[in-house]
Design a protein around this ligand. Sequence first.
Ligand code: 0X9
Ligand code: ZN
Length: 299
Amino acid sequence: RISFDRYYRHAEINQYLEEVAAAHPDIATLIDAGQSYEGRDMKAIKLSSGSGKRMKPNCPAGIHAREWISPAVAVYLLQQLTEGSATDLVNDVDWIILPVLNPDGYEFTFEDDRFWRKTRSITPGESCMGVDANRNFDFHWMESGASSWACDETFAGNKAFSEPEARNLKKIILDHASQIDAYITLHSYGQYILYPWGYSSDLPDDWRDLDKLGNEINDAIAAVRGTTYDVGSSGADLYPAAGASDDWSKGVAGIKYSYTIELPGGGMGGFDLPPEEIQGVVEETLEGLKVVGKRIGGN
Ligand code: 0X9
Ligand code: ZN
């Protein structure tokens, strides 16, 4: 059983997904999500009891390479849903978990530059590498908070869905879209529970529903050891930024409950939460994610 006292490499996380799928063939199925720009295998795992309930929360993590606590939370969620305190939740809802959406960037943060954010692709004619995968989705693309300069941290790519990683996530979502009721993408840092829209300060018509569930997530996290989050829309409460996966999931794929969770920060510059703090964060965050499962599962 894996522990949460250090951060795992991409290959270790893929290996863990394989082990979970092998150990729980009754509920777990590996999804081959495609390859990254540099050819790494992107794996997701689907958990389903086959109860016939068609609703799924979808939890992709690690879109931004340096936000290491994000894949850690996704892996902990997987562990707890399969052999921990959350196994009940698989009875009522299906889950799709994709722990490392940007494996090239993630590995680069271990090997070369701890604070790399983007993918590692080369855009023709540009000398700087990488695209911000969370500006690369085709919904109000490039309208706000995104850069057309390749050297910028928020470079949106030379076109929407230029990045294979973003296209791979799009495919998983569209393959299951009619069955997905919640999309929760894990980032760090800042302790925000954010819902659309992010491209502007406009709110979706059903924002009150998202705000209510967002506050329930916050309450459940806070009950563990007092960590509190700000709940609000990305564009109004954080900053407008278009082309992110949360907006696309709601605006194009039609997933009602779409959230970005900005996990707690720590260490130098906030993205480097010390390993001894992983356990506390994954445990409290799980309680928030359970609330989403319970709500979607009708409990
Ligand atoms: O800027 C981002 O992509 C996210 N923050 S981070 O510090 N992890 O980079 C926030 C995204 C919020 N959602 C939208 N703007 N749609
Ligand atoms: Zn991020």
